[in-house]
Write a protein that binds this ligand. Structure first.
Ligand code: COA
Ligand code: AMP
Length: 638
């Protein structure tokens, strides 16, 4: 039987002649100087894409559509059930907003290469802010609103922004989260002080402005509009950074993933028709947050580049108001492609197990559902296929890669879906599974997933301010490869299954978090002698963190009180997004002879998986104690 998909020949063409493949893909963009070369292996830690190309990201995402036939087409549909607001913004209007805001930023001293931190909820102004930075050639760095002041401070410290763009608050279904006090605390504790902050006052919670530093967003932009102030697009090298996005590393210090301009936009432009099978003019709904890589790529840059309408959704999959929320958005805005996290599906499935709420909506324009951010459990995929009667595509990527490493390229012709697998590598990705010694393992064998260098366009060229940390973190374990830190399997058909991280990163509701970072918070508590944080299985969020602490010998306080303090401390220092709700006091931690904590065994006990009883009675007793503590809280097998 012949395969109608054009996947195999496409991937092979990119492998055979990457220069020709990516130069042809680059035609999708409008360049100030068309690149003559696709790749220069001599630059950066492993090479740079489109070294001689020049362009502007905002021009490609906004101006060229506003100047052309899409001027009156909706670029962004803002749909906010938490505020009861809906607003459609055409490409023409988006151009006006972005060019004006860019002029405001320029007046505040922001220029090419300067950094601007955004700490904002899912409101149109956040997108205007990102694009205004891109217009000026400034580097934006968006910080997710669920992070606490301390995490924001680390990012401000590292990125050293000239200006911060923030809103007075974010809105969660059960509460209004005042952002401004968190921003003030972050700036107070950071040694770098931004020159100015532009604050969007939301009616749900007004912020107190510092007259020496803060400016009111609406007033400043209105004054600029009255003057007719507009900034033009700066011509940037394709290799110039477009943004820095911080992600959890194995230490408490987040990694500043650098995204270049040309390679990134080429990869995104390729992905829209070929991977997602979406045409210009159609509506794309990525139900993520602009604070995550998925939001940068598929709420902001890719749909706009491709001339689509992008849905900016300020709400949740359930509870705003019910588990039919996504289907309402899909029907109301004529969504062709929906992209969400498996956690969201699980939340919907839990509340509407038969998919009854789907039936009430006209989903006639809806063609496919894409999932990423964490492992998609086959049950949830099967459930979604059944209730939606459409392909449900699991695809795998990382903040570092900037676009999917593997997926089922719907636009090239759907390949057979194997539930539990993220399907095949995208063009430019040469994915291998290696053993600990760096040798490739046979098909079907588990190992570390690595990508042969060079990485394709779109992937991180380096880490902010540190080629060395880039080499150490990703390129040194397996020389000649990028180490994904994901374990997995490639089967005989070339399908990739991602099984989990090989480092201390855990995935909580599709949010990437470092257990090392949480351990640092716990160990700083005066009563804690030592601790270990592991990710334990959770029906809704995939994984949730669980902290085990051993108290100092002299401590006589009630352990339950200390546990409550630890939970509050992680929330205060990392943020509510960590979902750290479980701290357990244990007499000892199980360790190997060399003193390494047996985290994997503890996880197996908590996850109800078989585990091997250690050889010595002493070790067995420690593990039994861990099991008992978990059992007391209704977790694990005891
Ligand atoms: N600003 C401030 N706080 C935020 C926030 C934000 N932008 N986003 C989340 N939080 C808070 C929540 O209010 C919650 O606080 P709580 O402990 O007081 O309840 C905490 O962070 C955890 O949030 P979340 O992980 O969203 O859990 P939830 O229980 O509120 O909701 C789901 C559960 C399933 C609805 C939610 O996890 C979800 O929508 N998941 C999909 C995630 C996703 O799309 N990820 C994208 C990765 S590709
Ligand atoms: P982030 O950088 O936040 O996008 O998180 C990246 C990590 O999420 C990856 O290294 C994986 O561990 C996990 N991940 C993302 N997508 C998938 C997927 N489709 N299947 C399994 N794990 C995934």
């Amino acid at each position: 039987m012949t395969n109608p998909s054009r996947y195999a020949e496409t991937h092979a063409a990119a492998a055979r002649d990457p220069e020709a493949f990516w130069l042809a893909a680059a035609d999708a963009l409008t360049w100030d100087k068309i690149p003559e070369r696709a790749f220069d292996p001599g630059q950066g830690p492993y090479g740079r894409w489109f070294p001689d190309g020049r362009l502007n990201a905002c021009y490609n995402a906004v101006d060229r559509h506003a100047e052309g036939s899409r001027r009156d087409q909706a670029a962004i549909v803002y749909d906010s059930p938490v505020t009861g607001t809906k607003r459609s913004i055409t490409y023409g209007e988006l151009h006006h907003e972005v060019a004006t805001l860019a002029a405001v930023l320029a007046e505040m001293g922001v220029g090419k290469g300067d950094r601007v931190v955004l700490y904002m909820p899912m409101v149109p102004e956040a997108v205007f802010g990102m694009l205004a930075c891109a217009r000026l050639g400034a580097v934006h760095s968006v910080v997710f609103g669920g992070f606490a002041a301390n995490e924001l401070a680390k990012r401000i410290e590292d990125a050293a922004p000239k200006v911060v763009l923030a809103a007075s608050c974010g809105i969660e279904p059960a509460r209004v989260v005042a952002y401004k006090p968190l921003l003030d605390a972050a700036i107070a504790s950071s040694s770098h002080k931004p020159g100015a902050c532009l604050i969007l006052q939301r009616p749900q919670c007004a912020a107190v402005l510092d007259p020496d530093r803060d400016r009111d967003w609406a007033e400043t932009v209105a004054a600029a509009k009255a003057r007719g102030a507009k900034a033009e697009c700066a011509v940037m090298a394709a290799t110039d950074p477009l943004y820095v996005l911080y992600t959890s590393g194995t230490t408490g210090k987040p990694k500043g993933v650098v995204r270049d301009t040309g390679g990134y936009l080429v990869a995104l432009a390729w992905s829209m028709p070929n991977l997602y099978g979406v045409a210009p003019g159609e509506t794309y709904f990525c139900a993520s947050d602009i604070g995550w890589v998925v939001g940068h790529c598929y709420i902001v840059y890719a749909p706009l580049l491709h001339g689509c309408t992008s849905v900016l959704y300020e709400g949740k999959p359930v509870g705003t108001p019910d588990a039919g929320a996504f289907w309402r958005v899909v029907a109301e805005h004529g969504v062709a492609c929906l992209f969400t996290a498996p956690t969201a599906l699980r939340a919907i499935k839990k509340e509407d197990p038969n998919g009854d709420l789907v039936a009430g909506y006209d989903l006639s324009k809806f063609r496919s559902l894409f999932l990423a951010g964490e492992r998609a459990d086959p049950d949830s995929v099967a459930w979604a296929e059944r209730v939606l009667d459409r392909p449900v595509i699991d695809h795998w990527w990382q903040t570092e890669t900037g676009w999917p490493i593997a997926g089922n390229p719907v636009g090239l012709g759907l390949l057979p879906v194997k539930r539990g697998s993220t399907c095949v590598p995208m063009p430019g990705y040469d994915v291998r599974v290696l053993d600990e010694g760096g040798r490739e393992v046979p098909a079907g064998t588990m190992g570390t997933i690595a990508i042969r260098l060079p990485l394709p366009p779109g992937c991180l060229p380096t880490l902010w301010g540190s080629d060395e940390r880039m080499r150490e973190s990703y390129l040194s374990t397996f020389p000649g490869y990028y180490d994904t830190s994901d374990a997995g399997i490639i089967d005989h058909d070339g399908y990739i299954t991602v099984l989990g991280r090989t480092d201390d990163i855990i995935n909580v509701a599709g949010h990437r978090l470092s257990t090392g970072g949480m351990e640092a918070v716990l160990s700083a508590h005066p009563d804690v002698a030592e601790c270990a944080v592991i990710g334990i299985r959770d029906e809704l969020k995939g994984e949730v963190p669980c902290g085990f602490v051993v108290l100092k010998a002299r401590v006589e306080r009630d352990p339950a009180e200390i546990e409550r303090e630890l939970v509050a401390k992680v929330r205060e220092e990392i943020g509510p997004v960590a979902a750290f709700k479980l701290a357990l006091t244990v007499p000892r931690l199980p360790k190997t002879r060399s003193g390494k904590i047996l985290r994997a065994t503890m996880k197996r006990i908590a996850d109800h998986e078989p585990w091997t009883m250690p050889a010595t009675i002493d070790d067995a007793v420690v593990l039994e104690e861990i099991g008992e503590s978990l059992k007391d809280r209704g977790i694990g097998q005891g």
